[in-house]
Design a protein around this ligand. Structure first.
Ligand SMILES: [Zn+2]
Length: 67
């Protein structure tokens, strides 16, 4: 039985687009631990880094509903 007002949010990583339990919020975007680690170990200019940026941009553009 659930008590209290906590609402379980669906945590969908904006990078890999999978639902994960562990991760953190970057502004309004959820990033899972695995992707966070990848980002940390990826240097600017590498293809993987560009992919992260693209995924973030994609997430942001879908987030801008009120523009
Ligand atoms: Zn992820």
């Amino acid at each position: 039985m659930k008590v209290g007002g906590e609402v379980e949010k669906s945590r969908r990583c904006v990078i890999c687009e999978e639902e994960k339990l562990d991760g953190y919020y970057l502004c309004s975007f959820f990033i899972c631990l695995e992707c966070e680690r990848e980002i940390v170990h990826t240097e600017v200019g590498q293809p993987a880094y560009n992919r992260f940026i693209q995924q973030l941009k994609k997430a942001m553009s879908s987030f801008e509903i009120y523009s």
